[in-house]
Structures are given as C-alpha cells and as structure tokens.
Ligand binder design. Sequence first.
Ligand SMILES: C[S@@+](CC[C@H](N)C(=O)[O-])C[C@H]1O[C@@H](n2cnc3c(N)ncnc32)[C@H](O)[C@@H]1O
Length: 616
Amino acid sequence: MPLGERSGDKESRYCGVETEFNDDMPQLLSHNLASAGFDFVVATLMDPAYRPSLMQKDSGGSGALPFAGSDLVLSPSQWSSHVVGKISSWIDLDSDDEILRMDSETTLKQEIAWASHLSLQACLLPTPKGTSCANYARCVNQILQGLNNMQLWLRIPLLKTDDDSMDVDSNNLVDSWELWNSFRMLCEHHSQLSIALDVLSSLPSANSLGRWFGESVRAAIINTDSFLTNARGYPCLSKRHQKLITGFFNHAIQIVISGKQVHSLPKGTTDLASNHNDSSSDGVQRHPLRPYLDYVGYLYQRMDPLPEQERFELGYRDFLQSPLQTFEKDAVKYIQYQRAICKALQDRVPDEKASMITTVLMVVGAGRGPLVRASLQAAEETGRKLKVFAVEKNPNAVVTLHSLVKIEGWENIVTIISCDMRHWDAPEKADILVSELLGSFGDNELSPEYTSFIQPVTASKLYNDVKLHKDVVHFETAYVVKLHNVARLAPTQPPTMKSNQRYKKLQFEIPSDTGSAMVHGFAGYFDATLYKDVHLGIEPSTATPNMFSWFAIFFPLRTPVFVCAGSSLEVHFWRCCGPTKVWYEWGVTSPCLSPIHNSNGRSLLGWAVGFLDSTY
Ligand SMILES: C[S@@+](CC[C@H](N)C(=O)[O-])C[C@H]1O[C@@H](n2cnc3c(N)ncnc32)[C@H](O)[C@@H]1O
C-alpha cells in the first residue's frame, strides 16, 4: 500500500522494509506487505551461510544454489513490484584474503544473475568495506555492462565528519560522498548505478546534505535506532531528520525501514497516524515495525500540497528541452510589463498634461499581441494617451495581430509593422520601447536589457541524459530545464558585459562545510530590468514569484569536474559572434582543464544563442 497520493501530485511514495533472511518468500511478503502495509521488502536472496569455496568441497549435491526459495513461489509481478534483492552483506571484494575476495565476486555475480532472472527492479549492494573499493567497482562495472534494466543501489552511510584532521587510513570515513564518488567514477557514471543512503542518528550539515539531491539517490534506509521517542512513547524523528525525509519525498526517494523494534509502545493505545490497535481483530500480532511505517506515512501526509504552478511543472522536472516557447498564459509576466509601462508613462507625462501629450510606444517583437494589450491597459490605468507601433517579423503572428486589432477596435491607436525590426525605417522616434526577446539565459534574441547568471551544479540525471546521445554535439548544447534533481554548489554570479561579443572568467568557492562535490555543468538564469525597480527574472534569490515562462538553462560539461571542499572552480564563458550566428563557448580551467565546449558554435542545435535570422 503506497503511503498515499499527494493531491494533484502524480507520484506516489513507497516505503519498504529491510528483512532478515527468510526462505519462505510468500510468508515474507504476506507478513510485511499484506498485514503490515509496507510496499516492498528488501530481502536477502541467498542463504548467508553460503560460500562458493565451501560448496565445491562437498560437491556432488544437486548443483542448485541455496537461493531463498524457487522463482516459482511468487508470480513474476510480485517479484518485480515487491522485492528488492539484498546482496549478501558479507561480501568484501577488496579484502586482503584472496579466498574471501574470490567468494565475494562469485556470489555477487550469482545473486545479480538470479535477481535479473526474477526481473527484480533493483538490488541493494552492500557498502564497500574500508576505504578502497577498486575491485568491487571493477566487478560491479562488469555486471553493469550486461545488465537488463535493473538498478543497482549502492548502500552508502550518510556520513560526513567536520573534523578534517581525522585519519582517513584508520577506516573512519571522513565524507561518505567521496566513497560514492570514487565508486561511480570507476564505473564511468553508469546510469543504472545509484545510491541507497543509510540515514544515521546524527546528520551532517545542511550544505553537505544538499549535495545528495543532485545525485541519483533512489532509497533512504532509516534504522529504527535513528528514531527518538515522543511523549506518548511512539517513535518519531528529530526536526532535521523530518526535514530531510520531506526532501526525500519531494525527490521521489523511497524510504526503507530497517532494524528491530526498539520502542516498546504503551499497551492498549492507538497509533499516532492510524487508528488500528496493537493486535488486529483476528488476534494476529501486529508487525513490530508498523509504528515506524505509520510515522513515515504521517510525515508524508502532513506535507503541504504542491502549489498549482508546481503541479503544472511536475512533468517538466529534469527533462532536457530545446528552448523557445512563449507562454501567453503567464499572467505574472504581463503584469510586470504593465507595471513598468505605467511607471514610464507617468514619468514621461505629468498628470496635468495627460490629455495633451501622446506617447509613442513601440512593441518590438509583438508576437500575437499580449504586450500590445498590456501597453493599452497601462495607458488606460494611468489616463495617458498612446500611439503604438507593433513590429513583428513572423508573418503568421502578424495575421493574428491584425485580427486582434480589428476585434478590439484598436485601429486608431495601433499600427502593425510586418517586418524585421533591424530593417525597419521607423517614421518617428519611440518614447518607450517594449520588447520581450528573452530566453532562460537572457538573450535568445540578443536583447540588451538583461543580466545573465550562472552557478555550478551537481546534476547526475541531466549529465546521464546528455551522455545517452553518445556524441559531443549534445554536450555542447545548452538546454532549458526545470531543475529539480540538482545541487546548487555556490551562489550565482553575473557575467555581464556590453557588446554582443562577451567574455567573462568566474571563480566559484565551494563552501568547506558542503564537502567535495562533482560539477556536471552550469545552471543559467536571467534577470531583466524592465523599468526602474520593475524587474523580471528567474535567478533563484530574486526570481519573480509565480512566473512560469522560463525554466533555467543547463550548460553541460563533457567530463564532470571534481572540486575539493573549500576550494574554487574557475570557469570561462564566451559569447561569440559570426556574420550569421551567435553562440556560447565555455570551459573550466581550475581545478582541472576541460576542453573548450562548442568551439566556433559547431554544435549549435537550433539555439545556443541562435541564428541571427531565426524565426519561430
Ligand atoms: C519571445 S516572443 C514574445 C512575443 C510577445 N511579445 C509575447 O510576450 O507573447 C518574441 C517575438 O519577437 C519576434 N521577433 C524576434 N526577432 C525579431 C526581429 N528581429 N524583428 C521583429 N520581430 C522579432 C518573434 O517573432 C516573436 O514573436
């Protein structure tokens, strides 16, 4: 039973339970799913006592491996929807003991092959032991090459001590993200290798936790030891843990409860979030972990429903799109324009002369007319007289403009000019110029009034989606993305300059309490001053609320760059111009050198900035 659907949210949340070895799979499922309410079990697939090296000695048996039950005991859909395979936790592929190492490799491969045969959706790989994981990663990487679409969740404790002086060789992990990072780099960022985070009773700093939201975390395992006890004797979590779990829900990360019941609940009382009693009506003993599941369900249910705009944008999250769309339904955008035009009209014409002076206003790039409408509404609101030129180069939009002017009866005020503004010989000068030629990074059409911003991000999903294309062109293309599964690693910085040709070198400091991080690319935003204090923008710290016309832009890196805690990242952005096109080039120069991306605009896929004579 899923924890529940959030109103309007398409994704439902699932909660699993990590179980002990049990060779009666049907009983395991009925105990944990049907009677306790978990959605899936994380179950050991093979008898933990099994060691291949011992088997060979007493061979002569049936040859069948000691798997937990035959594949026939559950239906294929039960296996695939309700069981995550837990790979034997004793395996240690980097042990000095050769027999253990060999046994580990054989067992890992046998268990994964069995899990694939069962069509499981995921297997949980044990945490690498010690600090070296090269042989484990080599073996997993081999497996990944031939895997069906099963995910491998590498179990990583959520651990980062702030004491940098700690001795790394003493087997005390300083930052478990580094362990994950080594493993996934050895496996070449394989998209089927993801993370199951072991949430412990103490949590690292908020900045450091933030990093994980840019990685491919599929599950969070919470041990019952990490729960506190509330005044009524029920399990609950600290405020910081609650916030973290809410963050996991928001990123579709599944929760797994693990461990033993450590809270002895008061007898005869009802549960915190549900009304069932300690034992069900037929006298069957209730599941010892049920109060923990109820608490997680309660955290989920009490989340605020997503705002309407977020719901609308759900389907766009973390999908690479090509730019160029105009959302005429974005009321906020046009309200900002109208406010700016009102202010400009009032500044130009004092109240006492309002009926005598006519202001000439030009909408350059009028599209289907919403800015013409906003201009006329501003004139009405302020009581100013207006003469409007609506300039538009797209002949199809011009047809709409003509109908609009006729329907609205604007013939005496609005003149439609069907041409490219760059070639238009205007009959008079404009007092107010209105344009909306903005893209996510500010300058689809080289509009002058914006500021662009960039910041380095961890974005493993986006990186893997770009990589799928297996070519350089896609790594040298900028994408419009509703960023969600990303970690923003440093505050944004503006690369502003005056001419069409631009160049800026930027230095980003990665805060030391964040820990080291992987940079998969750069998020780009814009902010535009429409008039005086009226602005429009998507830069996260100043973004215009409730505006949905623009998502961020994402500039990928061909090879992700590792940046150490407390060190800096140096990046260069160029906007280059040729006779017929304008494009971006970008490259990292510290802590390592990346190639310069998109040299000569060779990878211009429709836009990046674009062709000077583009029409849409
Ligand atoms: C982002 S759309 C905005 C449309 C409209 N103002 C709105 O808010 O819905 C930009 C418009 O500018 C037009 N445009 C772009 N470059 C132009 C140019 N050089 N001359 C005239 N129109 C241009 C495009 O055809 C498009 O209709």
